[in-house]
Design a protein around this ligand. Structure first.
Ligand code: FE2
Length: 397
């Protein structure tokens, strides 16, 4: 988000002397994106963020692949529609390392995380913005920018370069489930909703007031041995520090983690069917994220409330079903993922159009990710695939 935010203590002028009580200098860091031309923040650390004691490649004891951090591709050999039942996925690992990637391309990797363990390390995605959509559960995203509590329905947006961990105090008592997006570029609100000075316009489906930002900065000055895992490409490097990595005493700027809750998305409706761009919530590098939320349906007396058959000629269309009854689909469960790729039209299933006539509301809630380059499915997707789905339009299933 472009909005300026500030937490803790910062000096009146940037890059000027800022001293601790003992007279020594705090360590200043510019956290800058897009080669110092994009959004940035300036952080003040108790310890220099450059001071490491050790680094080593991450070695996973269970890794058998030559490239363990690259998802295994499912080479199916056909182009078809898919229905993946991610509710069937078991819990695995922690919220970051336990992500189960279902599909990806050179721009974005999409997965599901159902952590069974807490993170005993900090993590920094060196080249990819992250979005964690909270399907179930609650916790706190603890980062150098402060604490950001989250709960179900939240999109947690974490800019690349952020050192963070997820604290999940309810783990074991309640299930925590995330839909995860890892993107090689900036994830942000759609540019068409900004005015030329960077404020969200009045017709945007959400505004600055709907954004939650880190509100509490806890400065950890304790010494010890702390691990930060840094991922760039498919390489994960484990850095060891002799001090707590979250030792920031103050920061300000326009680059930081933030949250938007899907329930705060104000739907745009009309007399006749509104196309998917009205649901757009974020833009990323060669993809968009949309939110389908409960809303009034089209109010023309002869309107058809469910979508056209459609050919998404230049995009692959992934839907994640959050809850409610999704109007145009049958046989879909909560946490289902459908992938309707380019090359094959799709649309309402048999009988759905007639059934929808006269409906005034929908209670559906779903997250859609449309990518402009083809997605590759993984072995995780293969394990939860419903092979009969392509025939669901034939009336035989
Ligand atoms: Fe579609």
């Amino acid at each position: 988000m472009p909005a300026y935010h500030r937490l803790g203590e910062v000096p009146p002028k940037r890059h000027t002397q800022f001293r601790k009580a003992d007279g020594s200098l705090y360590s200043e860091e510019v956290f800058g994106t897009e080669g110092f031309s994009g959004n940035y923040s300036i952080l003040y650390y108790h310890y220099p963020p450059t001071r490491i004691t050790k680094f080593a490649p991450l070695s996973l004891p269970s890794a058998t692949q030559a490239r363990p951090n690259v998802p295994e591709i499912w080479h199916e050999g056909v182009q078809r529609h898919h229905h993946l039942k991610s509710a069937a996925l078991g819990g695995k690992g922690d919220a970051v390392q336990g992500r189960q990637i279902v599909m990806y391309n050179q721009d974005v990797a999409i997965g599901v995380a159902k952590p069974t363990e807490t993170m005993d390390y900090y993590y920094r995605s060196g080249d990819a913005d992250l979005v964690y959509f909270v399907q179930a559960g609650e916790g706190v995203c603890e980062s150098v920018f402060g604490a950001l509590p989250f709960h179900s329905g939240d999109y947690i947006v974490i800019p690349r370069g952020t050192t963070f961990r997820f604290d999940l105090p309810s783990l074991g008592r309640t299930t925590v489930t995330f839909l995860t997006i890892e993107a090689h570029g900036t994830i942000e609100p759609p540019h068409r909703y900004y005015n030329h000075q960077g404020q969200l316009l009045e017709h945007a489906p959400y505004c600055e007031r709907d954004i939650r930002r880190p509100e509490e900065l806890i400065t950890h000055t304790e010494a010890g041995e702390f691990e930060v895992r840094v991922k760039v490409g498919d390489t994960i490097t484990c850095y060891t520090y002799d001090h707590h990595p979250l030792n920031v005493v103050g920061w300000d700027g326009c680059a930081y983690p933030w949250i938007f809750n899907i329930h705060d998305f104000e739907p745009i409706t009309g007399r006749v069917h509104q196309p998917p761009p009205v649901h757009q919530t974020f833009q990323g590098p060669n993809f968009v994220v949309c939110s389908f939320v409960p809303r009034k349906l089209d109010y023309h007396p002869l309107s058809v409330p469910v979508p056209y058959n459609h050919s998404n000629i230049d995009s692959d269309e992934l839907l994640y079903y959050v809850n409610g009854n999704f109007g145009s689909r049958r046989g879909i469960e909560q946490e289902s993922l459908t992938l309707h790729p380019r090359g094959i039209p799709h649309g309402p299933q048999p009988g759905v159009v007639e059934q929808s006539l006269g409906a005034e509301r929908t209670e559906e809630m779903a997250v859609m990710i449309d990518t402009f380059k083809p997605l590759l499915l993984t072995s995780v997707a293969q394990a939860i695939d419903d092979p009969s789905y392509p025939y669901s339009w034939s009336g035989q299933v």
